[in-house]
Design a protein around this ligand. Structure first.
Ligand code: DQA
Length: 150
């Protein structure tokens, strides 16, 4: 995988509340702060990075489809609760065939059983779960520096 020129970071439902929402699970950083760190890091590397958050499944599907028209080359996605329910978002990612990393702030495997299943993981390059906002940065570092199997 060559280094992507264009990266999209997608955040699913309720992640607009980061900072205030259940900090024991999700930390104290706001979504704006996380997005700013990612944008700054990508720009330093000369890469375009866009971010998108929605609470609405159809908007997330539309944004994934749009990514293909925009020639986005890599996606970092936290589908949030839709991780465990959304065949539609899974199908959209399969349709656009853009490589992606799945990120979760909390360790979903250490939580309720219904969070252990993801509709995304088997399609993803990899998953980062439980490392808080840092997980997005590690996913971005991978996109910027590594190829699968390297
Ligand atoms: C989450 C984990 C999901 O189970 C949950 O529904 C979320 C956030 C995480 O980032 O840890 O909303 O994706």
């Amino acid at each position: 995988m060559p280094t992507p020129n264009s990266i999209l970071v997608i955040h699913g439902p309720n992640l607009n509340l980061l900072g205030a929402r259940e900090p024991a699970h999700y930390g104290s950083a706001t979504l704006a702060a996380i997005n700013q760190r990612l944008t700054d890091r990508a720009h330093l590397a000369g890469v375009t990075l866009d971010t998108f958050q929605s609470n609405i499944e159809g908007e997330l599907v539309d944004r994934i489809q749009q990514a293909q028209r925009d020639a986005v080359e890599f996606i970092i996605i936290n589908p949030a609760a839709f991780t465990h329910t959304s065949i539609a978002m899974r199908d959209a990612l399969a349709a656009v065939a853009i490589p992606f990393i799945e990120v979760h702030l909390s360790n979903v495997f250490a939580r309720e059983k219904f969070r252990h299943h993801s509709y995304f993981t088997d399609l993803a390059i990899g998953i980062v779960s439980g490392l808080g906002g840092k997980g997005y940065e590690l996913a971005l570092d991978y996109a910027l520096q590594h190829s699968p199997g390297a």
